[in-house]
Write a protein that binds this ligand. Structure first.
Ligand code: ADP
Ligand code: ZN
Ligand code: ZN
Length: 811
C-alpha cells in the first residue's frame, strides 16, 4: 500500500507518494503524523502527514520514499475536517500545503527532538511479557534498562528508526513504558520590582533634598497600589531606583509571574437573571438552527452593551447538551479578559482557554485535552480555529471585524473566513458577532449569504451614550492636546466621583498627514486613499497606484506648516493631564506600559477598583472593558486613523469610535462621548453622532463599488522585496504586465507597481502590485507559478515574493 503525504522541508505543492510497510498498514489513516524517509537517503527522516491512502499503485510510478514510523501514538493529529481545512487554506491563501498544516499544529507537536522514553515501574508484572514478542521490543527493553530515560533520538541511534515510534507506542499501550514530550524546564518566570524598605529612616526627606528624581520615586513607591513598582511600567528610571537601593531606602525583589490565564484580571461572577426579549429572540433562532445540524452562518449585529456574550454562552450550553463541541474566537485574549473569564465561570473545566502566554508544555497539554475530548470548548485567538476537536456544533467569532484575525505571515489566513469554512465542513452553525461588522460580513448579510440577527439596544434600558463633536479649529485649548470643553467635562465627572476614559488613537502610520490648521488629509485622486509623505523624494505618494505629487512641507489646501506627520504620544498627554489634575492618579495604557505579562490586567484592575479615575490609552482601552462608573469617554484626536493609507481607514475609525463610545454609561449613569476633531465636516462623524452604522455602511459602499474595493471585489496584494531595488521594481513590473495582458482571462484590475507602505525594511526594498478581481478569483496555480518563475529569474538578487489574499492592511 502507498500513501500520499506532505512532509516537512518539502516545499512543494504536490504531495509525495510514500510506500507503506505491511505492518503499519492497519493503523494508518489520513491525518496521522509519520516519519518519512526519502528513497534517495534511507537514513534521513522528516515528519510527514498522511493525506490519503492508495491501495493500488499505477504502473510505472516510483514512490518518493517510505513511511518508516508512526507518531503521536498512532492517533491522527489532524481530523478529517482540519485536514480539509488545511488544504483549503493552501489553495485559497496561496501557500504550500505543508505550510498550512504547520500553521494548524502547536509548535511542540511539530518536533520529535524532545521525546523521551521512560520505563514504567510495574513493567515486569502481569500481561507485560506478552507484548515483548519481537526482537525490536526486546532490544528496546534492554536499552531502557541500560540508560535512564533516553530520548527517542538516542534509541534511534542504537536501534534504527524503522518502526521505533510505532513499537514504542504499542509498548506504551501495553503499560510497559511511557513516551513523553519533555520541554526545557523554564522555571517560573520572574520580574524585578522595587519597593520601599519598611525601616525607612525619618530623615529620608532631607537625604533626598538634592535628588528630586529620587524623592519623586520614593513618593511614587509610597503611593503605588501594591507597594512595589516595575521600572518598565513607571516613568522612573532603573538608575534612580538603583540609587535608592544603594542608599538603603528601597529594595529589589523578584516577583513570580504566573503564565496561567486565571492570574489576570477577573471580575466577580455576575448572575444574569433573565435574558431580554431581544436576546431571547436571537438566541432562539440560533438554537433552532443548531438543532437542525446543518451549516448556517449568522451575523449577530449587536451594539456594545447589548449582551452578546450571554447569548453565546446560552447557545453553547445547548450545543454541549446535544453532545457536540464548540470553538470561540476572540481577537486577542489578553485584551479581552472579561469575556474569557465569563466563559470560564459558566463552563469551568469543559472549556480550554488558549493564550500566547502559555508555555510549550501547557500548549501541548491543552491540545491533547481538546483532541481527546476532555475539554469540549476551545476559546482563544485566531489559531484556536484549528483546535483538534471533533464533532463541532458551533463556532463563534466575537468582534469579527477585528484585523487581528488576519495572520500576518504565510499562510495569511483570515480566521473569521476560516471559521465560516470550518463550520461548513463540520455542518455547524457559525456566529459572527460585532457592534460594527466588517463590510465583508455585513454585505454577506445583505445578500442573504449570512443570516442577520440584530440587538439594537443595550440591555437594562441603558441609553446609548450621546456623542458630541468638539471642532478643534474653533475651540479654545487648555493644553496642546486638550480643549477647554473636554477639560470642563473631565472636571465635572471627577467632582461626581465618576470615571473617565481618554483615547489617543495611535494607529498611526509613518508619513501619514493631517493638517492641524485646516484638517486637510491629502488623498489620491485615483484611489481615494490617503497619500503618504516620502521624505527622501519630497513627494506624497499613493501606495496603491504609485501616483506622486511634489510636496514642500506645506498643507496643499491652506499652505500651513502646522502638519501632523505622526500622532502625538500618550506619554506627553499623560504629563499634560498630571499638570491639570495634580491630585489624580492617571493610568496610562499603551504598548509601553503593557509590554510585560500581567501588566495589562493590573491596570484594568486598578481602574476597576477605582484606585484611579482617569484611564488614558491607545485603542487598547476600547476593547472588552465593562466598567459601570465610566460616564465620559474623550477622544483626543478623533481624525487620526482617517489618514492611514488604506481604503478601510474610515471603516476602522468608525468601528473604533463606536467601540470606545460603548465604554461610557450604564443604566445607572448615562454616558457621554466627546470627540475632538479637525475634520468636523467629514460625513463619517455625522453618521457616528447618529450612531448609524447602516447609514455609514451604505454611504461608504457607493465609493467601494465605484472604485472596485472589497467587499465589492476581491483583492490580492503581491509584494516583491530584494536588497536590490531594481530587481524588486522590475519583478513587480513584470508581474503587473502579466496580469494586464491576461485581463481578458482573469478580468482583473492591476494597480502598481508602487513602493510598499514601508518601502524599505532591513535593507530590502519593497514594491507591490495590487490586483482587484471583480469577477472570479485567480486560480492559485496561476499565482504560484508566477511567484516561482519570478523568484527564479531574480534569484541572484534574493528576490522574495509574498502573496496576500484578502489583505487587511497594505503596509
Ligand atoms: P456586548 O458584548 O454585546 O457589548 P456584554 O455581553 O458585554 O455586551 O454585556 C454587557 C453587560 O450587560 C454585561 O455586564 C452583562 O453581564 C450584562 N447583561 C447582559 N445581558 C443581561 C441581562 N439580560 N440582564 C442584565 N444584565 C445583562
Ligand atoms: Zn491645511
Ligand atoms: Zn492611487
Amino acid at each position: 500500500m502507498d500513501a500520499y503525504i506532505y512532509a516537512d522541508k518539502y516545499l512543494r505543492d504536490e504531495p509525495l507518494l510514500a510506500e507503506i510497510p505491511e505492518e503499519l498498514g492497519e493503523e494508518l489513516q489520513p491525518g496521522c503524523q509519520v516519519l518519512f524517509s526519502p528513497g534517495s537517503n534511507s537514513r534521513k527522516t522528516v515528519i510527514g502527514y498522511i493525506i490519503s491512502l492508495e491501495p493500488g499503485r499505477p504502473e510505472g510510478v516510483q514512490p518518493d520514499g517510505t513511511v518508516v514510523d508512526l507518531l503521536n501514538n498512532a492517533h491522527p493529529v489532524l481530523t478529517e475536517v482540519t485536514l480539509q481545512l488545511a488544504l483549503w487554506i493552501a489553495d485559497y491563501y496561496v501557500s504550500r500545503p505543508i505550510e498550512a498544516i504547520h500553521a494548524l499544529l502547536p509548535a511542540p507537536l511539530k518536533t520529535t527532538v524532545q521525546d523521551i522514553v521512560e520505563l514504567c515501574g510495574f513493567q515486569l508484572r502481569s500481561g507485560g511479557e506478552k507484548i515483548v514478542t519481537t526482537a525490536l521490543r526486546k532490544n528496546i527493553l534492554s536499552a531502557l534498562r541500560e540508560s535512564d530515560k533516553p530520548t527517542v533520538r538516542q534509541l534511534e541511534k542504537k536501534l534504527g528508526k524503522k518502526n521505533l515510534y510505532r513499537t514504542l507506542g504499542i509498548m506504551e499501550r501495553g503499560g510497559l513504558l511511557q513516551i513523553r514530550k519533555k520541554f526545557p524546564a523554564s522555571g517560573p518566570k520572574t520580574r524585578t520590582a522595587y519597593r520601599l524598605r519598611d525601616d525607612l529612616p525619618p530623615e529620608t526627606g532631607d537625604m533626598l533634598k538634592r535628588a528630586p528624581r529620587q524623592a519623586d520615586a520614593v513618593e511614587k513607591l509610597r503611593l503605588s497600589p501594591n507597594a512595589c513598582l516595575f521600572p518598565e511600567e513607571s516613568n522612573i528610571s532603573r538608575d534612580t531606583l538603583e540609587a535608592l537601593v544603594s542608599k538603603g531606602l528601597a529594595e529589589k525583589i523578584r516577583i513570580e509571574i504566573q503564565s496561567s490565564f486565571s492570574s489576570g484580571f477577573s471580575e466577580p461572577k455576575k448572575v444574569i437573571e433573565q435574558l431580554s426579549p431581544l436576546q431571547n429572540a436571537a438566541l432562539n433562532e440560533l438554537k433552532e438552527a443548531s438543532r437542525k445540524g446543518t451549516f448556517t452562518p449568522f451575523l449577530l449585529h449587536g451594539v456594545t452593551g447589548s449582551g452578546k456574550t450571554i447569548v453565546y454562552i446560552e447557545l453553547l450550553k445547548t450545543v454541549l447538551d446535544a453532545g457536540k463541541n464548540a470553538i470561540v474566537l476572540v481577537p486577542e485574549i489578553s485584551l479581552t479578559p472579561q469575556t474569557a473569564s465569563r466563559f470560564r465561570h459558566h463552563f469551568g473545566d469543559d472549556i480550554q482557554i488558549l493564550h500566547s502566554a502559555m508555555s510549550n508544555q501547557e500548549k501541548y497539554d491543552a491540545w491533547q485535552k481538546l483532541r481527546t475530548g476532555k475539554a469540549r470548548i476551545a476559546l482563544g485567538a485566531r489559531s484556536t480555529i484549528f483546535a483538534p476537536l471533533r464533532n463541532v456544533g458551533a463556532i463563534i467569532v466575537d468582534e469579527e471585524h477585528d484585523g487581528a484575525y488576519k495572520q500576518d505571515r504565510t499562510p495569511r489566513y483570515h480566521a473569521r473566513d476560516t471559521a465560516v469554512m470550518r463550520a461548513k465542513l463540520e455542518h455547524a452553525i457559525c456566529v459572527l458577532g460585532s457592534a460594527t461588522p466588517s463590510f465583508e460580513s455585513y454585505s454577506n448579510a445583505q445578500t442573504g449569504k449570512y443570516r442577520l440577527l440584530t440587538l439594537p439596544e443595550r440591555v437594562d434600558n441603558a441609553a446609548m451614550p450621546a456623542m458630541k463633536l468638539i471642532p478643534m479649529l474653533e475651540n479654545r485649548r487648555i493644553t496642546p492636546s486638550l480643549s477647554e470643553v473636554l477639560y470642563m467635562q473631565i472636571r465635572e465627572r471627577l467632582k461626581r466621583n465618576e470615571q473617565v476614559i481618554l483615547l489617543q488613537n495611535r494607529r498611526g502610520f509613518a508619513g501619514s498627514m493631517l493638517c492641524l490648521d485646516c484638517g486637510h488629509i491629502p488623498m489620491c485622486i485615483h484611489c481615494n486613499v490617503p497619500m503618504v509623505y516620502h521624505a527622501s523624494a519630497r513627494q506624497l505618494r499613493c501606495h496603491y497606484c504609485g501616483h506622486a505629487l511634489p510636496f514642500k512641507g506645506n498643507c496643499l489646501q491652506c499652505s500651513s506648516e502646522n502638519l501632523l506627520f505622526k500622532s502625538s504620544g500618550t506619554e506627553r498627554i499623560a504629563d499634560e493631564l498630571r499638570e491639570l489634575f495634580p491630585e489624580e492618579k492617571i493610568l496610562r495604557m499603551d504598548v509601553d506600559t503593557t509590554s510585560t505579562r500581567g501588566a495589562h490586567a493590573m491596570i484594568l484592575k486598578e481602574f476597576h477598583d477605582k484606585k484611579a479615575r482617569i484611564l488614558l490609552g491607545t485603542q487598547m482601552v476600547a476593547k472588552g472593558l465593562d466598567f459601570p462608573d465610566v460616564s465620559l469617554v474623550g477622544v483626543l484626536m478623533a481624525d487620526i486613523g482617517l489618514n492611514i493609507p488604506d481604503f478601510r481607514s474610515g471603516e476602522r475609525l468608525f468601528s473604533l469610535m463606536m467601540q470606545v463610545a460603548g465604554r461610557a454609561g450604564r443604566a445607572s449613569i448615562p454616558g457621554e462621548v466627546y470627540l475632538q476633531v479637525y475634520n468636523a465636516d467629514n460625513p463619517l462623524f455625522a453618521h457616528l453622532l447618529h450612531g448609524s452604522y447602516e447609514a455609514y455602511y451604505h454611504q461608504e459602499m457607493v465609493s467601494r463599488k465605484e472604485l472596485n474595493y472589497p467587499p465589492c471585489t476581491r483583492m490580492i496584494v503581491i509584494e516583491f522585496s530584494s536588497p536590490d531595488e531594481t530587481a524588486a521594481e522590475r519583478a513587480a513590473a513584470a508581474c503587473a504586465d502579466q496580469f494586464a495582458s491576461r485581463k481578458a482571462a482573469e478580468n482583473c484590475i492591476v494597480l502598481g507597481p508602487a513602493p510598499a507602505g514601508i518601502s524599505r525594511i532591513k535593507g530590502r526594498f519593497r514594491y507591490q502590485v495590487l490586483l482587484k478581481l471583480p469577477g472570479m478569483r485567480i486560480a492559485s496555480d496561476v499565482l504560484k507559478h508566477l511567484q516561482y518563475d519570478l523568484m527564479n529569474r531574480w534569484k541572484q538578487q534574493h528576490l522574495s515574493i509574498t502573496i496576500d489574499v484578502d489583505p487587511q492592511s497594505l503596509m
